[in-house]
Design a protein around this ligand. Structure first.
Ligand code: G3P
Ligand code: CA
Length: 264
C-alpha cells in the first residue's frame, strides 16, 4: 500500500494534534478536537473504544478513572473499565474538570460527534482503535460508522483526510480488508524484516519518536510507507524530525508544531 500525503498542500509535514490539542484542553474531548482544528492541525488524533452496549466512545485509557469523575459518580464499580459502562452512564461523566475548572462539563464524546465536529473545518482525522482486542466487533462498527459518511471514505483526492491506526496490527490488516479505500497505519516500529509484510496492507508506520532515526525513516520510505512519530512536544525535537524527512508529527502542541513546520 502506498502512502498518500495528508497535508493541505500535499508537500510539507503533517501537523497532527494528539488526543486533540491536549496540552491545553482535556484530551479526547470535543473542546480538544475543536482547538486542534483551530490551530490548523492537518489531522486530529483520537482514541476509540467501545462501551458495554456497543457505542464507539473517545477515550484513551481502558478505564474511565484518570480522565473523568467516574470514581465519585460510580464508587462501587471499580476498576471502572470502559467496557463495563453503557453509553448513557458514560454520558453522565465530567471529562473536563480534571484538566482545568473552565472545562467542567466536557463529556466523553462518541466517534460520531468527533466526525460532526471535524466536518465543520478543514482538519482530517487520525483515528486510533485503542485495544481493539478487548472489543469484539469493533472493526466492523468503526467501518460502519465511517461508511455512513461517504465524504470521509471515498477513495479519491476530494475525500476528507482520514487515517485509521492501531498498535494491534491484526486490526489494521482486517480494517484495510473492510474499507480498502481508507489509509491505515500501524503504531509501533516493525523490524526491518516485518516492514515488507506490513507494507502489503499499511500506508503508514507511526513509531515512538525515539525510534525515528534517519536509518529507520529511510527503511519505512523504502517500503513505500509514510512515517509519523509520536508524541513530540519539544520544538527542537520537532525540527530535528522535520529535517530528517518525516511525513508528519503527532504532538500535544499543534500550535508549536505548526510554527516549526512553517520555519523549516
Ligand atoms: O497517535 C499515536 C499515539 O497516540 C499513540 O500513543 O498512548 O497516546 O495512544 P497513545
Ligand atoms: Ca492515541
Amino acid at each position: 500500500a502506498v502512502a498518500t500525503p495528508v497535508t493541505a498542500a500535499g508537500a510539507d509535514v503533517a501537523a497532527i494534534a494528539h488526543r486533540g490539542a491536549s496540552a491545553y484542553a482535556p484530551e479526547n474531548t470535543l473542546a480538544a478536537v475543536r482547538l486542534g482544528a483551530q490551530m490548523r492541525a492537518d489531522l486530529v488524533e483520537i482514541d476509540v473504544q467501545q462501551s458495554e452496549d456497543g457505542a464507539l466512545v473517545v477515550v484513551h485509557d481502558n478505564t474511565l478513572a484518570r480522565t473523568t469523575d467516574v470514581e465519585q459518580k460510580f464508587p462501587d464499580r471499580a476498576p471502572w473499565r470502559v467496557s463495563d459502562f453503557t453509553l448513557d452512564e458514560i454520558r453522565t461523566l465530567d471529562a473536563g474538570s480534571w484538566k482545568a475548572p473552565e472545562y467542567a462539563g466536557e463529556r466523553v464524546p462518541t466517534l460520531a460527534e468527533v466526525l460532526d465536529e471535524l466536518q465543520r473545518g478543514p482538519s482530517g482525522l487520525l483515528l486510533e482503535a485503542k485495544s481493539p482486542e478487548l472489543y469484539p466487533g469493533i472493526t466492523e462498527r468503526i467501518a460502519d460508522e465511517l461508511r455512513k459518511r461517504p465524504e470521509w471514505v471515498r477513495p479519491d483526492p476530494k475525500a476528507r483526510n482520514l487515517v485509521v491506526q492501531s498498535f494491534n496490527w491484526d486490526f489494521v490488516r482486517d480494517f484495510h480488508g473492510l474499507l480498502p479505500g481508507v489509509q491505515v497505519g500501524v503504531l509501533g516500529a516493525p523490524s526491518e524484516a516485518e516492514l515488507a509484510e506490513v507494507a502489503t496492507y499499511s500506508n503508514q508506520v507511526n513509531p515512538n519518536h525515539a525510534q525515528a532515526t534517519p536509518e529507520y525513516i529511510a527503511a519505512v520510505h523504502a517500503h513505500g510507507m509514510a512515517i509519523n512519530p509520536y508524541t513530540v512536544n519539544d520544538a527542537t525535537l520537532m525540527r530535528t524530525l522535520i529535517d530528517r524527512g518525516v511525513d508528519g508529527i503527532i504532538s500535544d502542541r499543534p500550535d508549536v508544531l505548526r510554527e516549526q513546520i512553517r520555519q523549516a
